[in-house]
Design a protein around this ligand. Structure first.
Ligand code: 0PR
Length: 385
């Protein structure tokens, strides 16, 4: 006989399951527009193992704290961070950008952020939260920041310049080496938003793609944000903000009299060790070589999708830099809506009049083969082809 308690539990789980059934899942292969993916199986296991840990009070979990240090060590090496650097675990790209701009504001006492038109919308939040002013730099025809325009805008009011290493809309990379040089000469804080590209560009380089340098090898780069819950194959929420100088963390630290450490840096207080353990487990399991293979196969699928899409007579916004494709359309919103009605989830980019495909590790050539006829039929119906 089922006890009352287990009946109650069953009811709750039935309810959860019913609602979860409404969600789209990565394993269906039909999510073509997300920058996240199904966490690697090893991440799922590690995540559950660390559910009760709290890195906000590290004396309670010295083991998890050590995992965090080792994980930051992995990211440091990936990004060629100097010995003077420090890593701050964050919940993702938004918190990474907020934290970087917080440091820039504290160090400089200034309020202007110069950023490309393609910057992520998290900077709008930053402007509002920290009363900062955004100065947008137009893009060149290759959809990257116009360096000449940037030069003109740097002034004594500048708190930071932001460059993108993997834009949200198209996966483009700004001319980070030139930006780094300018910021270094002008003594201006230079944050690289590599939330998406941080786990892609280092491996594209190894695979002999022509991509610019974007990391701490460039002496003008002051901070880099990189997300494990995007191309790091780990579980949400996890990103890292790498900071060139450890002492800069002081500027965003407060005394924390009730917990096991004297000062706490950053935005969050209580924070789970589970996503950190998950990201570390994946990093250990895949290693740099595993990530390189993952990027290689994502790029193969990207090239395949690119070929199949152009064969339909559709045009791409530009030749993809990484595993992100923009398909130019007259009515991107309508196409996205119609594709969604047929179970395919893509994102529109209104500003560029295109739809965005992100070829994450869960997307295979077979999935592209399934998708192409649906895209073709939809585009024919709405008069795109
Ligand atoms: N910086 C860049 C370059 C990004 O692309 C993103 C997110 C962020 C910062 C912010 O990161 P968090 O969302 O982790 O705070 N880019 C994607 C976007 O806004 C995020 C995303 C992921 C969207 C999965 C949809 C989705 O299903 O489009």
């Amino acid at each position: 006989m089922i006890s009352l308690d287990s009946q109650k539990r069953q009811k709750i789980f039935d309810e959860l399951e019913r609602l979860h059934q409404r969600d789209f899942c990565f394993s269906s292969g039909h999510i073509l527009g997300s920058m996240c993916t199904v966490p690697h199986p090893i991440a799922q296991k590690a995540y559950l193992q660390f559910l009760e840990t709290n890195l906000g009070d590290p004396a309670l979990c010295p083991g998890t704290k050590e995992i965090e240090s080792r994980f930051i060590g992995f990211i440091s090496k990936l990004l060629h961070a100097p010995k003077t650097s420090v890593g701050q675990i964050v919940s993702g790209g938004t918190e990474g950008n907020i934290t970087a701009m917080w440091i820039a504001k504290q160090l400089s006492g200034k309020k202007e952020i110069i950023l490309p038109q393609s910057a992520h919308f998290s900077f709008q939040k930053i402007a509002s939260l920290m009363d900062m002013k955004l100065i947008e730099i137009p893009l060149k025809k290759e959809y990257v920041m116009d360096v000449a325009q940037l030069k003109k805008k740097i002034s004594k009011r500048t708190a930071a310049v932001v460059g993108l290493a993997g834009s949200t809309e198209l996966g483009t990379i700004d001319p980070i080496p030139q930006l780094s040089e300018i910021c270094n000469d002008e003594h201006v804080f230079f944050h690289v938003d590599a939330a998406f590209g941080g786990f892609v560009i280092p491996f594209l380089k190894e695979l002999h793609y022509t991509v610019p340098d974007f990391d701490f090898k460039l002496k003008g780069v002051t901070t880099i944000s990189i997300d494990s819950h995007k191309m790091g194959y780990a579980a949400i929420p996890l990103g890292t903000l790498m900071i060139r100088k450890k002492q800069w963390l002081e500027s965003i630290s407060v005394e924390s009299p009730y917990i096991s450490i004297e000062k706490q840096a950053g935005i969050l207080g209580t924070r789970s060790g589970a996503p950190v353990a998950a990201a570390y487990a994946v990093a250990r399991y895949l290693g740099y070589k595993g990530y390189r293979n993952m990027v290689q196969s994502c790029m193969e699928v990207t090239q395949y999708a690119e070929q199949r899409i152009t064969e339909l007579g559709l045009a791409l916004v530009m030749k993809p830099t990484m595993n992100v494709i923009g398909v130019k359309l007259k009515k991107p919103e309508l196409v996205v809506k119609k594709l969604s009605e047929q179970g395919w989830q893509l994102n529109k980019v209104k500003r560029l009049s295109c739809i965005r495909l992100v070829l994450m590790p869960h997307i295979t050539k077979q999935i592209i083969d399934e998708f192409i006829p649906v895209l073709q039929k939809t585009c024919e119906e709405v008069g795109e082809i």
